[in-house]
Design a protein around this ligand. Structure first.
Ligand code: SF4
Length: 597
């Protein structure tokens, strides 16, 4: 049985220590389940920016030993929603944590000075970072790469100025173009005066049963590189969704006014690939390489023909948030906005949806040039959007400073709640396929499309209609099952490769025994129930969830969504969750396994 260790770093005292957490992994599997158990013991009334509020980075038993097990989960109290903050990022982080010898790194306290932390195996050093403070998320990585050389595989997690300003929609950027994007981890790092973490090491597990391991590895490797399961992610990436979604009226356009974007072709995955794609990247230990990098030239000065060239990643969510939802139909203009966002270190979905709200609220009369200091906000006006982002970055006035607090805060303060497209306080992802997309955003533990993929249920239900209660149960079961995948911790793009049987075979090949279908599911239900328990302790209530007013008026991919039907299915989902609530108890009775998947 492998040994799992947790590194604790207290930034207030500068001390660190290591704990053997193998028993936690044995009980809860790993990743998100272990991190949830650790977060649950923190006081519920802790401010997200309190020094004692921890950030828990966790990987799982498959991390860095099997293909596409590339992600690291980060759990924290979200400054955006006030409850569970959970974000997932790829890059080399999982591999670097594994090399350093830690499956969990817990950071608490707050440094009295701007700092970055290097972790190379047992060597934990807190460095002064005064000269890094204020640098962009892109520059900080370049500087640290030169200043902190390592002979091991190394990962750099850092924040940009948005995180330093404690924006609740600030991201933490990981290596090349991966992010802990959602729910404000960047702001929490900023509150700890923590600019960056640099992690490396060479402590790899000895594989005991090499025959079993090699056979299993080859099976997964073949599935990744030879089967169609991952091909679409490699070819065009998720940006291949832009055109099909627009065709079925599911591509959010002009702040979710409609699902069809007349300029979709100009910002499609095909157009990006033809005109701007220059490189595919992959997370450490992934054979797919779905990270699509475009190049953008920027003039040093308007009078001179001298340029610097940036590489910027793009995918469906980014194209939706900075393209169709702002009615911007130029791939180059989308990239220009993304470059600013990358430098500042905002979550691209959240800042994009907040910009879309600002335009809508301006046109509805909730905002005026007095707020914007003279700017007139219109959909399709990329140049003005760029100015807005620059003014937010500079903290131009109170209105611009507020914009980086997200759409729920701004609509509460300035009006325009009916056009604030947020669920549970989190800005909506890029699918307006119908009821189940919205239900998934609302009920998901992190209010993400990745919690339960309701957009897929919407599309399937168009050709295979089923009663609402059946589809809501499907949504719930998917959310629970995904907790297994994020405990291992896998990239969810590989979800169709790692079925329950495959997961069990993979555990066995690592010498992790005693797991079967029922135990896997019981662990997932326990972790999922604990997340809801944590959310509810922080004030989350299913009964407070409402469909944003605008979404009841517009036509989605599956037609108009009736708010009363939405409310009924939220209640049905809540009841399914309540039935599983006893699973959250640490020593409570294990509920009977749910039906077969
Ligand atoms: S499929 Fe993409 S996001 Fe997932 S691990 Fe591979 S490169 Fe990373």
């Amino acid at each position: 049985m492998p040994v799992f260790k947790m590194l604790d770093i207290d930034l207030t005292t500068g001390r660190s220590h290591v704990t053997d957490v193998s028993d936690r992994f044995d009980r809860d599997l790993g990743g998100t389940a272990v991190a949830t158990a650790l977060l649950l013991v923190t006081p519920a009334d802790l401010d997200p920016y309190a020094p004692e509020a921890p950030i828990i980075f966790a990987t799982g038993p498959f991390s860095a030993v099997y293909p596409v097990a590339t992600k690291t989960v980060a759990l924290f109290r979200s400054p955006l929603t006030g409850n569970l903050g959970e974000s997932h990022a790829g890059g080399r982080l999982a591999m670097a944590m594994y090399g350093a010898g830690f499956h969990v790194i817990r950071v608490s306290g707050a440094s009295p000075f701007p700092c970055y932390v290097t972790i190379e195996e047992d060597q934990v050093v807190i460095h002064r970072a005064h000269s890094l403070w204020g640098s962009s998320a892109l520059a900080a990585e370049r500087i640290l790469r030169d200043h902190e050389p390592s002979s091991y595989k190394r990962s750099i997690v850092r924040i940009g100025p948005a995180g330093e300003r404690r924006s609740p929609i600030a991201a933490a950027t990981v290596d090349s173009a991966r992010h802990f994007g959602r729910l404000g981890l960047g702001g929490v790092m900023g509150s700890k005066n923590l600019k960056a973490l640099v992690i490396s090491g060479g402590r790899y597990w000895p594989i005991v049963e090499t025959g079993k391991y090699n056979a299993f590895y080859k099976k997964i490797y073949d599935a990744v590189v030879k089967s169609p399961a991952m091909k679409k992610y490699h070819d065009l990436g998720t940006s291949m969704n832009v055109m099909p979604l627009s065709r079925i009226n599911g591509l959010p356009t002009r702040n979710f006014a409609q699902g069809f974007f007349e300029g979709a072709e100009e910002i499609s995955g095909e157009t990006f690939a033809t005109r701007h794609l220059t490189q595919h990247l992959a997370c450490g230990h992934c054979q797919t390489g779905c990270i699509h990098m475009a190049t953008l030239r920027e003039r040093f000065h308007p009078e001179h023909h001298q340029f610097k060239t940036f590489k910027i990643s793009y995918d469906h969510e980014l194209i939706y948030a900075l393209g169709s939802n702002l009615s911007i139909s130029s791939a180059e203009e989308v990239l220009r906005l993304l470059l600013l966002i990358e430098k500042q270190g905002w979550d691209a979905i959240s800042i994009g949806v907040t910009l879309a709200w600002a335009i809508d609220a301006f046109q509805a009369g909730h905002l005026s040039p007095a707020h914007t200091d003279g700017l007139v906000l219109n959909f399709g006006d990329a140049a003005t959007c760029e100015k807005v982002l620059q003014r937010i970055a500079r903290g131009h006035n109170e209105f611009y400073r507020d914009l980086e607090r997200g759409v729920a805060f701004c609509s509460q303060k300035y009006g325009g709640k009916e056009c604030a497209i947020a669920f549970g306080g989190n800005e909506a992802p890029g699918y307006m396929t119908g009821l189940y997309a919205y239900l998934g955003y609302a009920t998901g533990v992190r209010h993400s499309h990745l919690d339960s993929a309701g957009y897929a249920i919407d599309q399937k239900a168009l050709t295979e209609p089923k009663p609402d209660e059946v589809l809501t149960a499907d949504l719930y079961q998917e959310a629970v099952w995904r907790t297994t995948l994020t405990s291992l911790v896998l990239c969810l793009f590989a979800r169709n490769i790692y079925t329950a049987d495959v997961v069990l075979e993979g555990l066995d090949a690592l010498g992790i025994t005693g797991w079967d279908d029922a135990r896997l599911l019981a662990a997932a239900r326990r972790a999922h129930a604990r997340k809801l328990q944590y959310k509810e302790r922080c004030g989350f209530r299913f009964d407070d969830l409402a469909l944003p007013g605008k979404l009841a008026r517009v036509v989605s991919g599956a037609g108009q969504v009736d708010p009363a039907r939405f409310a009924r299915q939220v209640a049905a989902y809540r009841d399914l969750a309540r039935a599983d609530a006893p699973a959250a108890a640490p020593e409570g009775p294990t509920p009977p396994a749910a039906g077969p998947r």
